[in-house]
Design a protein around this ligand. Structure first.
Ligand code: GLU
Length: 496
């Protein structure tokens, strides 16, 4: 058990959809909160109104719920530290921005876009690093205040010390030391009065008493700014945890929007709600992403969410980049499908049959669960593997009825014999049926495999299916005979 109860937040910007990286951050947040008896908070960072997407928040909520990561405080359920949407906290950031100005750690900047553009071009020309040149840094505070009060357009910038160093502690990387001289006077509040992440997130984390900030390592470059802001306010810093980056499946280069679009062409997706539609289980998704950047003992691979709560600790997080491995995902999905109670599997697989257009009969669905369960990689495989159980008839493919080597005449003769045998068997089980089919093959001097292929094609209309005898037991003798009759018809037509 980790010591003190942790307060952790997942703070997505509603500018897109929840992807694997975000889901992993949310998972680790959740695990840390649950492992320590603390709280998991959902905060919506919607201050960037240009990139704001109105459907995004609902999509995040749906995806997180599907994963089973329930939060204790959030915009939809409230809580003692609300509001939990940054667009509803504008005044708070204003107040804190001006507190920094008063303490001499920030200043209003009145530079026009044109001026800043010129400065940038000049810096580029001189091959200097691009940054604010400090033009408004030393305007006397009273004068600056008067200009603001007179309504002059301005932003608020952080007044970065020009000398010295800042020591930033990351839980996975230890101390990282930055030279202040290389840091910029970043904007904290834009001219429309809205705070940027650098201010809003720090203020919220402080006010919401967040103990651990888990976030992507894309925040490492601005990490020193964030530490400076905490120090300028005189606040105690949270534990900072910058998680590993995700690499493309090839391991070459970071995962990007472009790569995500490429993956879609291969039928893969990094978006959580897509994974649901593709027939992945939330349990498998959780298991897979948990291990992209964390390990328990390097051996155990199967974890439920409860196991993870028991075993999670941030000490075992690994900052090394992790390549997204979709075959591993398929593997985990198979494991979790096989771990489901049949009732549960039945409930989950049903919509996939229905979406594929099958009328699902409950009794039959229940019967096929044991033979379906070991064969599914994703739930969406189910109609392909077992849809024929719900079809009135199977339309066999004439060529496939011949297996690898039968002539139409042989196949027709075999189909007639099989029909007669099956009509006589006491039941359709493998114990009853296998030996006679093999004996028939020997008698006809053909391969048993070809007779099984013929039988399979006739009964299911597919070249692969669950074990043929199990399948016939569930379909029932009447249906099997009808389907054989149809195959005989087709073969007779071929023969002529
Ligand atoms: N809104 C930020 C993002 O989406 C959150 C980063 C953080 O967790 O601090 O990247």
């Amino acid at each position: 058990m980790n010591s003190k109860p942790a307060r952790v937040r997942f703070a997505p910007s509603p500018t897109g959809r929840l992807h694997l990286g975000g889901a992993r951050t949310a998972l680790y947040d959740y695990l840390l909160a649950r492992a320590t008896g603390g709280q998991f908070i959902l905060r919506i960072e919607d201050t960037d109104r240009k990139r704001y997407q109105p459907e995004a928040e609902a999509e995040f909520v749906r995806a997180l719920r599907w994963l089973g990561l329930e939060w204790d405080e959030g915009p939809d359920i409230g809580g003692p530290y609300g509001p939990y949407r940054q667009s509803e906290r504008k005044e708070i950031y204003q107040r804190y921005a001006w507190e920094l100005v008063e303490r001499g750690h920030a200043y209003p900047c009145f530079c026009s876009a044109e001026r800043l553009q010129k400065v940038r071009e000049e810096q580029k020309r001189r091959k200097e690093s691009i940054r604010y040149d400090g033009h408004c840094r030393n305007i006397p505070p009273a004068e600056a205040r008067a200009r603001v009060e007179a309504g002059e357009r301005h932003v608020i910038r952080f007044k970065m010390p020009r000398e010295g160093q800042v020591v930033c502690r990351d839980a996975l990387r230890g101390e990282i030391v930055y030279d202040n001289a290389n840091l910029d006077d970043s904007i904290l509040v834009k001219s429309d009065g809205l705070a940027l992440y650098h201010l809003a997130s720090m203020v919220d984390d402080h006010l919401m008493e967040i103990t651990h900030v888990l976030r992507g390592s894309e925040w490492l470059p601005t990490f020193p700014l964030h530490v400076h802001i905490y120090q300028a306010f005189g606040w105690e810093q949270p534990e900072w945890v910058h998680l590993s980056v995700f690499l493309k499946p090839s391991g070459k280069g970071k995962m990007s929007k472009r790569e995500a679009a490429n993956l879609m062409k291969d039928g893969r997706s990094i978006f959580i709600t897509d994974l649901e539609a593709m027939g992945y289980l939330p349990e498998a998704t959780i298991n897979w992403i948990a291990l992209m950047g964390w390990s328990y003992d390097d051996r155990t691979e199967f974890f439920t969410l409860d196991d993870l709560v028991q075993k999670f600790s941030i000490r075992k997080l690994n900052p090394a980049p992790a390549a997204i491995n979709f075959s591993k995902f398929d593997h985990f999905n198979g494991l979790h499908i096989r771990a489901l109670p049949l009732d549960d599997l039945m409930r989950r697989v049903r919509p996939f049959f229905e979406r594929a257009g099958y009328q699902v009969d409950d009794e039959k669905l229940r019967q096929i669960m044991p033979i379906l369960q070991p064969r599914l990689k994703t739930l969406s495989d189910a109609p392909e593997v077992a849809g024929f159980f719900f079809e009135d008839r199977a339309e066999p493919d004439p060529q496939r009825l011949l297996g690898k080597r039968l002539t139409p005449a042989q196949a027709l003769a075999a189909a007639r014999r099989l029909r007669a045998m099956i009509d006589e068997w006491p039941d359709l089980s493998q114990e009853t049926g296998e030996a006679p089919v093999r004996a028939l093959a020997a008698e006809m001097n053909v391969k048993a495999g070809d007779l099984f292929a013929l039988l399979r094609e006739a009964v299911t209309g597919r070249p692969v299916s669950p074990p043929i005898f199990d399948t016939m037991v569930i379909l029932g003798r009447e249906t099997v005979l009808q389907r054989l009759d149809r195959a005989i018809e087709i073969l007779a037509a071929m023969e002529n």
